[in-house]
Design a protein around this ligand. Structure first.
Ligand SMILES: [Zn+2]
Length: 442
């Protein structure tokens, strides 16, 4: 069965009920009944220790109050959701996704197929399914870092979710992304051909600033910039990454974006491109495979966020006896010490997966396991996907937290994620904006 069809069938099973619920809840203008959630254990996203036997009162789309179950005042007529045997958490945030990518199999043509063969409507439908899959897994917010050749498609998907046409997480979108000539795919074709690119290409500070203006004008919440592109194994066995923009070009983008009150996410592996990314004032470093001590010191000084996307680099390695395969192995082997150094130094690490680069049929929560494996305490990994991500997104206190006044984005899992982080991969309850999207019996 083609993947697209399989995804759709799987999703329908889970979603029949919630979709109906969503339609019903849109209709009445009468005051909404309060909802009460009984939480056996509550990890609120901010506190360092969990609470036990709590009652959360949800009113409309936000959280009204949280109190100990003993002595809690449950409003008359409230609907009670019993999660007394579960661990309740804030809706999770994945700060590095691509809903317009589907983990394209290299054997089936890989990245190229999406751009040269897929009709835009097909890509949009698949993006909608990807968004729904994220929500099913408890990710109530995504920062989606570019559409990979699908133009402003993310603006449409975001609107479809916000208007309730399709279920999905809150989206922070970055539209087309920006890179320089020679700095993005498609590439490797006859030079006589003008090939479409997976990002907007700009050269020089004037074009770079204009690209940022266009994207901001059309609805980008973040600007995504590629500061490195190709990578290979260097003469001395080191990872070399090709830099793209100069500091001058990047500064034009950052200056423009900051003027709009928005932020810049920079894809950068290491070396010259990473140094320019930091000198040019990027707000977040994406991947950061090869962080040296100077980069870490500069990130600390500038308050730069680090979205390492560890899991993605353990996928789809080429054969070990090819240059590409050796490069793939080297990337993973430098990533681990970079992450560990950043963690030890206190760099602000935020959860991001690069889903889309990874197939959406795979569990998003696998990134938590990698982070824990590389020494991050489980509670820290949870905060990297909740309150810390919310701060990066300028949504402090509104998302990533179970707290009075926050949006009612609430999930639950069986078991204790602080004891076994893998439990975050089996979400049984998902509420977004006060609406129940998923409620498994057990
Ligand atoms: Zn990415």
């Amino acid at each position: 069965m083609p993947t697209i069809l399989r995804c759709a069938v799987l999703s329908l099973v889970v979603l029949t009920l919630p979709l109906l619920a969503q339609q019903e809840s849109k209709a009445p203008a009468s005051p909404q009944q309060p909802l009460v959630i009984r939480a056996g254990t509550l990890i609120d996203g901010k506190s360092d220790k969990p609470l036990h036997d709590q009652v959360i009162i949800v009113s409309g789309n936000h959280i009204e109050s949280i109190s100990a179950a003993a002595g809690a005042k449950v409003p008359a007529g409230a609907t009670v959701i019993d999660l007394s045997q579960a661990t309740v958490l804030p809706g999770l945030i994945d700060s590095h996704t691509h809903i317009f990518l589907q983990g394209e199999d290299p054997a089936e043509g890989g990245y190229v197929v999406n751009i040269l063969n897929a009709p835009l409507a097909l890509r949009a439908v698949r993006a909608g399914i990807a968004a729904r899959r994220a929500l099913e897994q408890g990710f109530t917010t995504l920062r989606d870092v570019e559409t990979e050749g699908a133009g402003y498609g993310d603006v449409g998907i975001k609107e479809a979710i916000e208007k309730g046409y399709i279920p999905g997480p809150r989206l922070f979108i970055s539209t087309r992304a920006i890179s320089s000539t020679g700095g993005y795919m498609l590439e490797g074709y006859a030079p006589e051909l003008t090939m479409p690119k997976g990002a907007q290409i700009a050269d020089g500070p004037v074009e770079a600033r204009k690209a940022a203006r266009e994207q901001l004008d059309h609805g980008a919440d973040w600007i995504k910039v590629y500061m490195t592109h190709r990578s290979w194994v260097g003469k001395n066995g080191e990872l070399v990454s090709q830099p793209t923009f100069t500091v001058e070009e990047l500064r034009a983008i950052v200056d423009e974006t900051h003027g709009w009150g928005k932020k810049v996410a920079c894809h950068a592996y290491g070396g010259i491109g990473l140094r320019r990314a930091l000198d040019g004032g990027c707000d977040s470093i994406e991947h950061g495979l090869d962080l040296d001590d100077a980069a870490i010191a500069q990130m600390l000084k500038q308050g730069t966020w680090y979205v390492p996307t560890l899991a993605a680099y353990y996928h789809d390695w080429g054969p070990a006896d090819t240059p590409g395969g050796q490069r793939d192995r080297l990337r993973a082997s430098v990533h681990e010490p970079s992450f560990k150094k950043a963690l030890k130094a206190g760099v602000k690490i935020v959860f991001g997966t690069d889903m889309g680069g990874i197939s959406w049929s795979e569990p998003i929560a696998q990134e938590f396991s990698r982070m824990v494996e590389f020494g991050m305490p489980p509670m820290d990994t949870i905060q990297s996907a909740t309150s810390r991500a919310a701060t990066m997104l300028d949504m402090d206190g509104k998302i990533g937290m179970v707290a009075p006044g926050a949006f009612a984005d609430i999930i639950a899992v069986n078991g204790d994620p602080l004891h076994d982080i893998k439990t975050l991969g089996s979400v049984r309850f998902v509420m977004k904006d006060g609406q129940v999207f998923r409620q498994d019996q057990k």
